[in-house]
Structures are given as C-alpha cells and as structure tokens.
Design a protein around this ligand. Structure first.
Ligand SMILES: [Zn+2]
Length: 338
C-alpha cells in the first residue's frame, strides 16, 4: 500500500525543496530549532521535559575511555577502499597514488590506533579528511589528523557547529567548541566533487536529517557509499533535534542514497555493520512505519507521553531495538520532529 508519506517521499529532492520553500520543514520545528537553522549557532541549553530523553552527561568521557582501549577492525571493500571500525563512527579510507583519503576521524583517544591501521594499508600520506557531520564520534580525531597533513572538508554547518559550544538535548549533553586545528579548511552548502585516486567522489548534503550538517559520500567507480549517520544499520537511529535533525529528513536522505545504489553497492552506515541496498531499504521501511504511526497519534491529539504509552513500535522492537537509542526515545524524537 502506498501511503501519503511514501508518495511525498518518492518525489525525492523536488519534494524536499518544495517543503523547504513552503517552510514546512522549519514550521514543524520548535522556535529554538528554527533559529538554529537560520543561524546555526548553538541551541540554547534548556531543561528537557521530554519523558524519553536519555540523559547521559558523561557520554563524551565514556566514549573516550572506550576508544582508548579499542582495536581497529579493517575490512577490504575494494582494492583501494577499506572500512575501519572501532573508534567512534565507521571510518572509510581510500588509498592510491594521490595519498590517503579518509571519511571521518573517530574519537581522539583512539587516533593512535587509527594511524597504526592506516599505516598498514600503504605507505602514502594522509591527504584528505571528509567529515560526514559534526558529531564528536566522527570528528574528534580531526585536529591530530590535520597535524598529520590532512586537508579537511565538510558541509558548512559542520564547521559552524564545531566552532562553538553545542548542546544535545537528547542526552542533556554539553559539548565544547573544538580547537582551530580541528575545523574543516573547506566547506560547501550542498554538493562537492573530488577526483582522487582515479575515482569520482561525490559529497552530497542531506538537509535536516540526523543533523543539519549531514553528507553522504559516493565513490562512483568503487561503488561504495558512506551514509554517515543517516543510517544506523539494524537499529533505531539517533535524530539530533538540537542540531536540526528530523525523521522526514532522515527518510529523504536515505532515499537519496538508495537512488544511487544498486544491488552490488557496498553501503557503509555511520554505525553498525557494513550493509547493502536491501538492508537500507528495510531500515527505510521501519522509519516510514514508525513515522506514519506516530503522525497518526499526534494528529489525533495524543501528547508525547500518550504516544509513547501507545507503544507504536511494539512489533518492531525485537528487530530494531538493538542500539543505544531505546524505543521510547525514538518515538519521542519522531514525535517532536513531526
Ligand atoms: Zn551522529
């Protein structure tokens, strides 16, 4: 059955542009979020009354401690493209005569492990670092990798958000501004294309999705896509509403990726195992199902507490409640972003 949401989403980017033009995307956000999107400065710290937040003010320290003890798992995706897992979000490295190109820098306490793993791939230096979005588990190795010689590129809002203190309401988490060495040297609003190591690498912005700074990266010849945190493979995803994220933007971003993928495309999620088009389609269907159910609950006057109590994900939890985002939190994030 084709739902109204499917119809809207199948229209793809044109729909997203139309919604943006109409103001629907920003109209559905809170005033604080709208202000953030127009001028993406840090959202004001405010007590979060939402019953489903997962306060985790010590999260940075926990992740840093964990990353310092991690080993890196390296998986060969093609002759020149490798997946590196273990210190924060999933990292991809492309090797070749132009030097190494890296997608995301992980958590800084694990950077020495990352550099060891990179040295084992080939003898060339690190030249380019792409950030999929601003979150610390994808960028906190930036400064050290920049000092190693990496030129850093990212979407405009990644630099804006790294430049100033941020607040993530979902974890009640304050994150300080980064050092200048960690900031991207180059930013772009929508798309950027690099021709590196004999491949065309497209960097594509997915607006108001996991954050307002998300890009996915498409290796055309390698037939590999890194989705950033548009995709948490096999889990309910985090949607960072404090950074301009929204469930509809997540679904549209996934649709952008699916439109470029074929059955042989290796698709790297921000978190979780390496995946493919079928797995990403299943994740999209889960998000559409939850969004439709929560939208109906909201439209019929249920508060967020009542929407959570209705357990709209009950039949999905066995398959999808495997990550750090609990079902109640996911329902609340979806509710608040519709
Ligand atoms: Zn993230």
């Amino acid at each position: 059955m084709t739902t109204r949401r499917d119809f809207l989403l199948q229209s793809g980017m044109a729909t997203a542009a139309a919604l943006l033009a109409r103001g629907d995307l920003t109209a559905q956000q809170t005033p604080a979020q709208s202000a953030t999107q127009q001028n993406p400065a840090p959202a004001p710290a405010q007590p979060n009354a939402n019953p489903a937040v997962q306060p985790n003010p010590g999260l940075l320290e926990k992740l840093r401690a964990a990353a310092s003890d991690e080993t890196i798992k390296t998986t060969k995706l093609t002759d020149t493209i490798f997946l590196l897992q273990g210190v924060g979000g999933n990292i991809v490295c492309q090797i070749g005569p132009d030097g190494k190109l890296l997608i995301d820098s992980g958590i800084d306490t694990g950077t020495h492990h990352l550099l060891d793993a990179l040295a084992k791939l080939d003898a060339h230096h690190l030249r380019v670092l792409i950030n999929t979005h601003w979150h610390f588990d994808h960028t906190s190795g930036n400064a050290e990798l920049h000092l190693e010689g990496a030129f850093i590129t990212a979407q405009d809002n990644t630099r804006v958000r790294l430049s100033s203190a941020q607040y993530m309401a979902v974890y009640d988490l304050h994150i300080p501004a980064t050092s200048d060495a960690a900031l991207p040297q180059e930013t772009f609003p929508e798309t950027q294309t690099l021709w590196v190591n004999n491949d065309q690498i497209d960097l594509v912005h997915a607006p108001f999705a996991h954050t307002d700074s998300d890009i996915f990266i498409h290796f055309n010849k390698g037939n590999v896509i890194h989705t950033g945190d548009l995709w948490f493979n096999g889990m309910y995803p985090l949607i960072d509403l404090s950074s301009g994220g929204s469930i509809n933007g997540m679904i549209r971003g996934v649709d952008q990726v699916l439109a470029l993928a074929d059955d042989r495309t290796k698709i790297v999620p921000g978190h979780g195992a390496l995946g493919d088009k079928a797995a990403l389609e299943a994740y999209r269907q889960m998000m559409v199902t939850v969004a439709d159910r929560v939208e109906k609950l909201k439209a019929t006057g249920n508060t967020v507490e009542q929407a959570i109590a209705a357990k709209p994900t009950a039949d999905l939890d066995a398959a999808w409640a495997k990550g750090s985002i609990e079902p109640n939190t996911f329902v609340a994030l979806v509710y608040d972003s519709l």
